[in-house]
Design a protein. Structure first.
Length: 69
């Protein structure tokens, strides 16, 4: 599983150079702001606003509320 695919299946992604960005699902009032940066090389995500970050498993756990892929 690729983190870009995992997040892209759930959120709208926008290309940003060799990275991707999206609207962060982990904080409120995030509607119009692409603060979630996804790094395909490192397979990580980071939100510039709320500080949410991690890899595949953290995203899945936090987004789906389940503990494993
Ligand atoms: Zn956030």
């Amino acid at each position: 599983m690729d983190i870009v695919k995992l997040i892209g299946d759930r959120l709208t992604l926008e290309e940003n150079g060799n990275k991707f960005k999206s609207i962060c699902p982990f904080h409120i009032n995030s509607e119009d702001f692409y603060t979630l940066l996804i790094d395909p090389e490192k397979q990580t995500y980071t939100c510039l606003k709320c500080g949410a970050h991690g890899g595949l498993e953290e995203f899945y756990k936090n987004y789906e509320g389940k503990t494993s892929l």
